[in-house]
Design a binder for this molecule. Structure first.
Ligand SMILES: [Zn+2]
Length: 469
């Protein structure tokens, strides 16, 4: 005798009345009369609970005080919880009432129907719980629950609006005050539009997120939190290539802008290292040294990296072997350990004085940003400015002016010691969420997703912090 029957496809078979269980439910007023199984379009089995919904006398009363008649009843199907791999639904006739006195009509009230959705409150809650867990992507939640991807997105958006907005409109006020804010812009899905986020640098929480990268974002944020809240803010970390700090200073003159290491290095890499490399390449091509020019073309990554990063990459580093090399500008005495990436780096530097200078500046910036004394840090930055000037190179002169123009905000770092970990963490989340397809086409949903992500398991990738300390 076969106790467990399976179809040719290997699926378990439900056939007889004894195959079914009576299980408790929250489907108040619903009477399950028979249960059938059907196959959904996706090929998954659907357990259909068929029956009737009791009519409450109260529900039947018209506003005018007359008892209403049942006018029509069309079957309604509500998606319900899944049982293992099987989906389920509840089916019953849904009555429409009509008042014989005044002619008013209405539908029978279903207490267990999720508002605005063709599903039971239980399935709605379960979907919400899966989403709140944060482990699953929307696509995975759709697969588990058997709901459509858009339905899952709608539920998630509702969930986030309940958590982080006031009545679905404005964002909630910050949970607590902070000493240091961070502001940064990021590209939206199509790569052309920008948005800006303002974060609490102590907790990493996003406090404000809006389209655009103009001063208006800052004004709106200050209006949102109020001047009293802004009183506890001492500093704001930002990129020097924005006018955010001006907007903060206009409204709250007590706030000290701080230009962090992360953004400074980004400027240095994008505007100096890249450009110097291009110039060098051109020079080599024009001088007929095609091989050297080609070699330089492949060195973008190496030039952008820090020596310590390259050292980490050289797993089979050969300890102890040192070489000395000199530079016409700065004399000898640079002692380096060599192998793999680092070796290429050093070879590049040896061939090119200017590239060596870039390396030196990067090391000196690292050192300056570790300092906790403003006067000492100021000396180190001035030293870097002098080196830039001595080269006479137009890109380095540009960098010198950048340092000069933002001097106060740079050396303020010695006092505020802003680590780039929090900013990096947010950037990482933006990338992850965009990859999961949340970025398109609903910006509001994307912003709420980010808002939520910043309040949860911030340290998903603690390695990246060490990377950029
Ligand atoms: Zn009536």
């Amino acid at each position: 005798m076969e106790y467990i029957r399976t179809e040719a496809s290997g699926q378990l078979v439900f056939e007889k009345a004894t195959d079914y269980l009576c299980i408790p439910s929250c489907l108040y007023g619903f009477k399950n009369e028979r249960t059938t199984t059907e196959t959904a379009q996706s090929g998954r089995r659907v357990i259909c609970f068929r029956g009737t919904l009791a009519i409450e006398e109260e529900d039947r009363m018209c506003k005018c005080g007359t008892r209403m008649h049942i006018n029509a009843h069309s079957d309604i199907t509500l998606r319900h919880l899944c049982f293992g791999g099987n989906l389920s639904c509840v089916l019953f006739p849904h009555n429409r009432f009509k008042c014989p006195a005044c002619g008013a009509t209405k539908s029978q009230f279903i207490s267990f129907k999720a508002m605005g959705h063709r599903m039971t409150e239980e399935l709605y809650q379960y979907t919400k719980d899966l989403l709140a867990h944060g482990t699953y992507t929307n696509k995975q939640v759709a697969e588990i629950t058997g709901l459509g991807k858009n339905v899952v997105k709608d539920i998630d958006k509702q969930r986030l609006q309940e958590l982080y907005t006031v009545g679905g409109k404005g964002l909630i006020k910050p949970e607590k005050t902070t000493r240091i804010l961070g502001i940064d812009e990021f590209k939206l899905h199509n790569g052309r539009k920008y948005a800006t986020h303002i974060i609490d640098m102590e907790t990493g929480h996003i406090l404000w997120i809006a389209n655009g990268k103009k001063k208006q974002v800052v004004y709106d944020f200050i209006d949102h939190v109020g001047l009293e809240w802004m009183d506890s803010v001492e500093a704001v970390a930002c990129d020097m290539n924005s006018d955010f700090q001006e907007a903060f200073e206009e409204r709250c003159p007590h706030i000290q802008p701080v230009f962090d290491h992360f953004h400074l290095i980004k400027n240095f890499n994008d505007k100096v290292v890249s450009e110097v490399r291009k110039d060098e390449q051109r020079r080599l091509y024009e001088g007929g040294d095609i091989e050297a020019a080609k070699a330089l073309k492949k060195t973008r990554y190496i030039l952008m990296s820090k020596r310590s990063t390259l050292q980490k990459k050289d797993l089979d580093a050969e300890a102890g072997r040192v070489i000395h090399h000199g530079s016409p500008l700065f004399g000898t005495a640079d002692v380096v350990r060599k192998s793999g990436y680092e070796e290429k780096y050093d070879a590049l530097l040896r061939e090119n004085t200017l590239l060596f200078t870039l390396d030196l500046i990067k090391e000196k910036l690292d050192d300056a940003y570790k300092d906790t004394d403003e006067a000492r840090m100021a000396e180190k930055i001035i030293d870097i400015m002098d080196i830039c000037e001595a080269t006479g190179n137009r890109h380095l002169l540009w960098f010198r002016n950048l340092l000069d123009k933002h001097f106060e905000g740079i050396i303020a770092h010695a006092t505020f010691q802003i680590t780039s970990g929090k900013v990096e963490g947010i950037n990482q989340k933006i990338k992850t969420l965009r990859r999961h397809g949340y970025g398109y086409p609903d910006d509001e949903y994307f912003f709420l997703k980010l808002f939520d992500a910043s309040r949860r398991d911030y340290d998903r990738n603690p390695k990246s912090h060490r990377f950029c300390d």
